[in-house]
Design a protein around this ligand. Sequence first.
Ligand code: ADP
Ligand code: MG
Length: 728
Amino acid sequence: MSTLRFQAVRDAYQRQLQTAPEHQNRSELFASNVFDKKTMRAYLTQDAYAQVIQAIEKGTQIDRKVADHVAASMRDWALSKNATHYTHWFQPLTGATAEKHDAFFELTSDGLALENFDGSQLVQQEPDASSFPSGGIRNTFEARGYTAWDPTSPAFIYGTPLCIPTVFVSYTGEALDNKTPLLRALQAMDQAATGVAQYFDKNVSKVNATLGWEQEYFLIDKSLAHSRPDIVLTGRTLLGHAPAKGQQLDDHYFGSIPNRALSFMRELEHESMLLGIPVKTRHNEVAPNQFELAPIFEEANLSVDHNALLMDIMGKIASKHNFKVLLHEKPFAGINGSGKHNNWSLQTNTGVNLLSPGKTPMRNLQFLTFFINTIKAVNDNEALLRASVASAGNDHRLGANEAPPAIISVFIGKHLMKVLDDLENVSKGKLSPEEKTELKLNVVGKIPEILLDNTDRNRTSPFAFTGNKFEFRAVGSSANCANPMIVLNTIVAHQLKSFKTEVDKLVKAKKLKKDDAVFNVLREYIKQSRGILFEGDGYSDSWAKEAKRRGLSNTPKTPNALKARVSDKAIALFEEMGVMNKVETQARYEVQVEEYIMRIQIESRVLGDIARNHIIPTSVRYQNTLIENVSGLKTIYDEQYTKHASEQLELIEKISAHIANLNRGVTDMINARKKANAIAKAEERAQLYCNEVLPFFEQIRYHSDRLELMVDDELWSMVKYRELLFLR
Ligand code: ADP
Ligand code: MG
């Protein structure tokens, strides 16, 4: 082991356990650093409280006087919690979170110091935002964008600043962030779903989309991680031979959590509790050093914010515990990558989960309505849904037989499949009384029972119904959930809107009863959506063939997958639903294409550097000792030396060959990069990066990993997989 590597590994093994916060009753801790309803009630006047609640629930405006009062109350509360600064907290198109701290501290004109924070500072700020990606919305010479308070996501304190969740928009009104289109999509969903839910219950006046994500991640010792330039700069390993023991024994999944990791988790959960993130589940994942954390589901906007916040604080707390947390979708070759399942449903203000079957036939007809409309929406927009999870990192997972394939399909289980078969056979037009009774008793009426024993879960499906929600499993672990949530909620909202139009038309034109009309439309939807339903093995080659026959898209690479974001259909859909105008849609596409290029470019540079500055010099050094050895043998044995040096000679030759191939690979890769960089159009450049630069990664890695197996361990400078991966 090289000296540096030895020191890093020794440090890792000798780490003292960092102390985690003392155990405290979670319900007492919960949200104590959040300016939530409970706190607002204590700090605000009754009128102001009512206005804020109305703004949260109905999207109404908050007037200036009330905003001033809310700001002053927030400040008092924040100061009582030892906050010193405030910041608008937003999510630019980088997918990460952004903040800029300002002190409450101010000087008056006559030189008095005071702590100030008023309504205008709460409601609007103008960060110098010229260096956030905008995909051409904003020219840099008029780089003006502003952040505006989102009262639906409560302010919180993390560390010293009071953080105020905000949207980020340009002065011309275009969204520069992920939150703005998400809020618009959720509003479209509320409107469309409420309209349909009122068929079944007149008391429904609001429908919220709900999201419960499951965050997977790796924990790596900090000094080991820092010894590898690839982990530091790209979040993943670009080289490294698989260890003798990987995950083949399946001994990590749900196994006992290593103490160091547990101590990190306890602190993370403690902090999450204070911030009102309702974390509930923790366990080991399939791969060594891989873990998962999941909260109780929440309203989607809040849940998206909470995930973004969590990813941020994970890094900070990990560092305190001498870990580096890897959120990359594929940090290690040959070992499972990480995803972030998005569990999604719809909840009414009357407390009903619209994707949960109930006790009465009416409730179940309602369930089937939302269930089938969701399937139809996915059927009609599968390529767009695939595009919503496309990223350079996620390309390593989708289609790699460990995560769902790049083909979108819906799994519902054989019992619900049977329900759909039965519903597809209802007669056209008015249903006979016998048919209705039969449906009520044996189809719609039976759903809750059959779901109870519906245990057949298909792990290979990207979009699976799991009893009372859909689980979108293709989302990458580092993704901001806003993207998939914008798309999913927009397509389902659009679908529900069409459904309502069709049902109303049938009721009016054919004088059908509402139930009959609902059955009629659903029957047609089932027929039209057969192509998206798939119960088999999503990893199999036969499915890829079958999916092609069905006309489903299969785009494993991001540059191709992203195109669906800017199809005429997608642009029209976002426009019709008031989620994004054409410029906003195109801007996001541009930002994502650029991001793809940059990721591959950075990885490619790092890979070239490591190959030439670490792998080749180390291999040459080892080869020199072999050469020295051979010369020595020659002096001893004269002509006879080859008999004694045959292994060494073979090794010398092999090493030379690998070095030559490695070096040629790097040269060719650099040339491919130059060729790509000369292309002006980003879309075409991304294709070149994908098809002509990326393929060299495998080739370079192959030769490096062979050399790793040959070269004296003592000389090898890069920390090896076996040292990175097994936490003590
Ligand atoms: P698993 O899928 O691992 O068996 P659960 O069914 O308990 O576990 O739920 C997994 C995730 O689904 C959790 O994050 C949970 O919050 C979320 N979830 C449960 N119900 C809903 C719902 N109605 N809407 C959105 N997410 C939900
Ligand atoms: Mg799950």
